[in-house]
Write a protein of this length. Structure first.
Length: 153
């Protein structure tokens, strides 16, 4: 007897739901994972990283900019992972932040997509965004500067 398969649109909806739940779970972890296994019924998907890429490392002191001469007090908000930089939560939405906005530690300012995981980029500084250094959809490397921020006292 032939086994029944779910229509493609139902499978897509299931995979989207799984992706959303896994993304929410990974972004809430205090440490970067090195492996991930997702099981749904008889299907399991496993992946392993040689170096953590899915979450940000523990917060470190902001690094002073060396390539942003506009203001010698500027600091950078940096990429938490290798991936693709997005300024807004979804296509067509307003950006999380723009030049001139004042941001606070812990505030989400962008997203980096890595392997279909949407990793929030959070500020570690309180200050005014003076430059967005990457365009929406640009590829980024781990720890690459994304925003230049001048501290607010």
């Amino acid at each position: 007897m032939a086994e029944k398969t779910a229509p493609e649109h139902e499978l897509g909806a299931v995979l989207t739901t799984i992706e959303q739940h896994v993304t929410r779970m990974l972004t809430g972890l205090p440490n970067s994972p090195t492996a991930l296994r997702v099981r749904f019924g008889d299907v399991a998907v496993e992946t392993e990283w040689t170096a953590p890429v899915a979450a940000a490392p523990p917060p470190a002191a902001p690094v002073r900019s060396t390539d942003e001469p506009a203001d010698d007090r500027s600091l950078h908000v940096r990429a938490p992972s290798v991936g693709v930089f997005y300024r807004a939560p979804e296509p067509g939405a307003e950006p999380f932040v723009s030049e001139g906005d004042v941001i606070r530690p812990g505030q989400q300012v962008a997203i980096v997509e890595a392997m279909k995981l949407m990793i929030p980029v959070k500020s570690e500084v309180h200050g005014e965004v003076v430059a967005v250094l990457k365009a929406n959809g640009d590829p980024v490397e781990y720890d690459e500067p994304l925003l230049a921020v001048v501290p607010v006292d």
